[in-house]
Design a protein around this ligand. Structure first.
Ligand SMILES: [Ca+2]
Ligand SMILES: [Ca+2]
Length: 415
């Protein structure tokens, strides 16, 4: 009760301060409040205590605040505009078990709580006075995350685009060694290149995502360790793509693995680089793994498990069957848009937003660095909100293509 009184007292004092302002100049709305609710299945007295960010959709200006003892976040001095609110907090496994024993089951991972409210219009006192509610959802926090995606190809000197030089980099963001054996990643069916097309799988199924192709790290369980703070590079093909025609490409002969398609005339096998297993391929004739502007997910599944997963044709027709990957299996997800008004293929709780790639190639999307531990281990930012977690770097006229090289975690733009 005491807390409640002091909360309302704060509002009253703040309101008084605004009304007494002699300059009469609008300094923004105070006490813009959001009540953050835990997901269903959590203890009824669980109160959110983490941060939240309010982002101006046009200017990009952001406001940060931390929830009070009642689970309410309050922002002050907020200028007029249209906003997105994002909430995200990591919850340790012990806390998760205590707050939601039934949901936790025998899960041993930490979890991530996240929530979003999009297009919050703050244009009047009434808009600002409304206390909106945000319902959090939870996902398993992944130890391995996508750290770099180079997928949109390079330019040739004759003005063409060459897209065979793709690679993906995965990073162990935890403090324990993780085995890559059996880890899958796949790209999602859908169109994120234009606002003119919506994605029927996304519209119709809220509990799963649909993969067009899935590749998997080989090994029986303990063959491919990845130490904390280390990364692994998976090339589409482990070739050196730098030629006179393609001076801005990359040399991928040093990749750790490659996504070789044995049945494809566009896929070259480098005998020195181990191949990923092709775990699923919706389009039998697909010649390479990966797509331009692709959105990617990571999960663990054996052949048997993939056999047991549903294969579903698109709700708007067609005979191609995509692999249905339930949301709760997905460890990391990165949604990529070519243009800002493209339509979603990945659900909000897995990625609150998207990496905006833009059309200037060659470009690379890279996860930012959150902080460096005392022992020097880099920790990447993973709030399941790709517009904040990733930075896109594209080519500057006259520069070299060194920024596209894998394995770089000391770039200023990642800080
Ligand atoms: Ca090979
Ligand atoms: Ca993530």
């Amino acid at each position: 009760m005491k807390r409640k009184i002091s909360y309302f007292l704060t509002i009253a004092i703040a309101a008084l301060a605004v009304s007494c302002d002699p300059s009469n100049e609008f300094k923004g709305y105070d006490n813009v409040s959001f009540k953050i609710n835990y997901p269903e299945g959590f203890a009824s007295d669980a109160v959110y205590s983490g941060p939240a960010t309010l982002l101006d959709r046009n200017s990009g200006q952001s406001y940060s605040a931390t929830a009070d003892a009642a689970g309410v976040v309050t922002f002050n001095g907020v200028l007029q505009g249209s906003y997105n609110l994002t909430v995200s907090q990591t919850l340790g496994n012990a806390e998760f078990r205590e707050m939601a024993p039934e949901l936790a089951g025998d899960l041993k991972s930490d979890i991530m709580l996240s929530g979003n409210l999009l297009q919050i219009n703050l244009f009047s006192d009434a808009d600002a006075a409304e206390t909106r509610e945000v319902d959090l959802v939870w996902t398993v926090k992944s130890d391995i995350v996508f750290s770099k995606i180079y997928g949109n190809g390079t330019k040739t000197t004759s003005g063409g685009t060459f897209i065979n030089d793709r690679y993906w980099e995965l990073f162990n963001n935890s403090n324990e060694t993780v085995y890559l054996d059996g880890l899958c990643f796949g790209y999602i069916e859908g169109n994120t290149m234009t606002g003119a097309v919506t994605n029927p799988f996304y519209e119709q199924y809220k509990d799963a995502l649909f993969a067009s192709a899935v590749i998997r790290f080989p090994g029986s369980g303990s063959e491919h360790p990845l130490a904390p703070g280390e990364s692994v590079v998976v090339a589409q093909n482990a070739q050196n793509y730098i030629t006179e025609e393609r001076p801005l490409s990359v040399d991928l002969t040093g990749a750790d693995f490659e996504a070789h398609y044995p049945d494809s005339d566009m896929s070259t096998d480098n005998p020195d680089v181990p191949n990923m297993e092709v775990a699923y391929k919706a389009i039998a004739g697909a010649r390479v793994f990966g797509t331009t502007n692709g959105s990617y997910i990571m999960f663990r599944a054996s052949d048997t498990e993939i056999d047991q997963m549903d294969k579903v044709t698109s709700p708007d027709g067609g005979t191609i069957a995509y692999l249905r990957v339930p949301n709760e299996m997905i460890m990391d997800a990165v949604q990529q848009f070519l243009v800002e008004d493209a339509n979603r293929v990945i659900h909000e709780e897995l990625d609150a937003s998207f990496v905006l790639l833009g059309t200037s190639t060659p470009l690379i999307a890279e996860r930012k660095i959150s902080h460096t531990e005392a022992d020097g281990r880099i920790v990447l930012q993973d709030t399941n909100n790709s517009s904040q977690d990733f930075v896109v770097t594209s080519y500057t006229e006259g520069a070299t293509a060194d920024y596209l090289q894998p394995g770089q975690y000391d770039k200023p733009e990642l800080m």
